[in-house]
Design a protein around this ligand. Structure first.
Ligand SMILES: *Cc1c(COP(=O)(O)O)cnc(C)c1O
Length: 330
């Protein structure tokens, strides 16, 4: 498949001994997909390797993306990747919430992104459904066509090329765990979309039998299993491999608390504990909630003593700075 050389992969797999000791009898590792490079890294950059590859192959000169909230990591990583590949970045994002020109939104502005705001009533549904902004993206594309451009539209990261990238991440993880002799492990990832889907597809395709638990950052989750199976099937078709994912393979639990982007006490504890034990930062919207899910499962005794757990760090760090008031303890 066409690739763009946007992401810095493979990313490191690192043990987290001090966090593990603080939580008891499990061995936690981080798969550092926060270090994929470009705009402070994250899972979208790994996905964009293939997506930008496709856009460039199609001869596009404008890259239209977004579909998320103001603090969208996706929009920032799309824009940085687009710029790197010589495309004009355009994002359509939802103007939900009072957070100002900080974090990701500041980065969008610094990159000179053409930002179009939409209003959103329920950001949870918007983030979960991911297709509501597409009509606007099509309108913006028409505008650029009129001015003589060739736009490429990425309606959302719920996309077979994105899941294919994470099937590839599972191969990468399999190489790394084989190298260090780690044969029995559980994967945790903050996702309700392509990231978890791709990891599962990689594991089932290679019959690795790795349990992959998704922790979701949205409260909305109607039909989640079917959505992920459908994406896995479309991805398998794209890759020309057998369809191997069923609803039974999908384990996913929401730790969104009151809703998308609202910091919970558990996420705050997870962020502070990870930072103070490992010097690794998690974000309030995604990975903090993902780690809160892992911590809850450890405390409930759902992971056997001595278990190896790989937490896929999906990035999201710029958003930290727009949550300083809620994250501070003093
Ligand atoms: C987008 C994002 C996720 C969720 O990924 P999906 O698989 O698309 O649900 C997780 N973490 C961070 C930091 C993200 O930006």
């Amino acid at each position: 498949m066409p690739r763009s050389d946007i992401a810095q992969v493979p990313t490191p797999l690192e043990p987290a001994p001090h966090l593990s000791a603080a939580l008891g009898d499990v061995n936690i590792f981080f798969k550092r997909d926060d270090l994929t490079g470009r705009a402070f890294g994250g899972n979208k950059t790994r996905e964009l390797d293939f997506i930008i590859g496709e856009a460039v192959m199609q001869g596009a000169d404008v890259f239209i993306s977004g579909g998320g909230a103001r603090q969208s990591n996706h929009a920032v990583q799309c824009s940085a990747a687009a710029i790197r590949a010589g495309l004009i970045p355009v994002v359509v994002i939802y103007d939900a919430g009072p957070i100002g020109w900080q974090g990701n939104l500041l980065l969008d502005d610094l990159m000179g992104v053409d930002i179009r705001f939409l209003s959103a009533d329920s950001i949870d549904n918007v983030i979960f459904q991911r297709d509501t902004a597409e009509a606007t993206m099509v309108e913006v594309a028409a505008e650029y066509v009129q001015r003589g451009h060739r736009p490429y539209i990425l309606p959302s990261s719920f996309h077979p090329l994105a899941a294919a990238a994470y099937a590839g991440c599972m191969l990468e993880l399999n190489d790394q765990t084989t190298q260090i002799g780690l044969s029995d492990y559980h994967v945790y990832v903050t996702s309700s979309g392509a990231t978890q889907t791709g990891l599962i597809l990689g594991s089932t395709y290679m019959t690795l039998g790795v349990p992959i638990t998704g922790i979701s950052h949205t409260a909305a989750r109607d039909g989640l299993e079917n959505r992920l199976v459908d994406l896995a099937d479309r991805t398998a078709d794209l890759l020309n491999i057998p369809r191997s994912v069923s609803a039974l393979d999908i384990e996913n639990e929401s730790f969104a608390g009151p809703g998308y982007g609202i910091l919970t006490d558990a996420a705050k504890e997870a962020i502070r504990l990870t930072a103070s034990t490992e010097g690794i930062f998690l974000d309030p919207v995604y990975t903090g909630k993902g780690m809160a899910g892992l911590i809850a499962h450890i405390r409930e005794g759902r992971l056997a003593s001595g278990s190896n757990v790989i937490f896929v760090h999906t990035g999201g760090l710029p958003a930290i700075f727009s949550y300083s008031a809620e994250l501070m303890d003093r």
